[in-house]
Design a protein around this ligand. Structure first.
Ligand code: FES
Length: 168
């Protein structure tokens, strides 16, 4: 996988640069055959390297797999795991399922929005956090819940949320 020593903001601009994408796809073409059924793994691979899926990368995937660009863009926008814009380093997902709603999930969302100064669907300007909601994260007994990256936090209170975010 490509490594970088660039500061985060320069890295984000550079990730869309021709040479970075060229090098990335040289690596990818060694790992994949370009079959249409590799579309999802290819999107995952590119996102793992770039942090999101810029338009140029989606067009390159379309060329590589010989799929219509509309199919590649359609797939990338259909699945919530894919991001077409740069996202924060820490992806926060607040559960808005029924159990969490009953236990104050909306309050937790408001508290996170207040602490980070962003609304749901946005990233902080320094790209440290990205805030989203999800239907249910499968830990209803711990409601209200949220996930940060791959870690689940339950029985949340405003105070607990503040402590969790402060440590990141
Ligand atoms: S409803 Fe929130 S974890 Fe299931």
């Amino acid at each position: 996988m490509l490594q970088t020593i660039l500061p985060e903001d320069e890295f984000i601009q550079d990730r869309e640069g021709e040479s970075y994408l060229e090098n990335l796809f040289l690596e990818i073409k060694k790992e994949f055959r370009g079959r249409p059924d590799e579309l999802i793994p290819l999107l995952q691979r590119v996102q793992a390297s770039l942090g999101y899926l810029p338009e140029k990368a989606l067009l390159e995937i379309a060329r590589f797999t010989r799929l219509p660009a509309a199919k590649v863009f359609g797939t990338a926008t259909f699945y919530t795991q894919f991001h077409l814009q740069p996202v924060g380093k820490n992806i926060i997902r607040i559960c808005r399922g029924t159990a969490c709603h009953v236990k104050g999930g909306a309050r937790i969302l408001k508290e996170v929005e207040r602490l980070l100064g962003i609304r749901c669907g946005q990233s902080t300007p320094d790209l440290k956090f990205n805030l989203e909601t999800v239907a249910c994260i499968g830990a209803c007994a711990l409601a209200p819940t949220m996930m940060i990256n791959h870690h689940t936090y339950g029985q949340l209170t405003s105070k607990k949320v503040e402590e969790i975010l402060f440590k990141l």
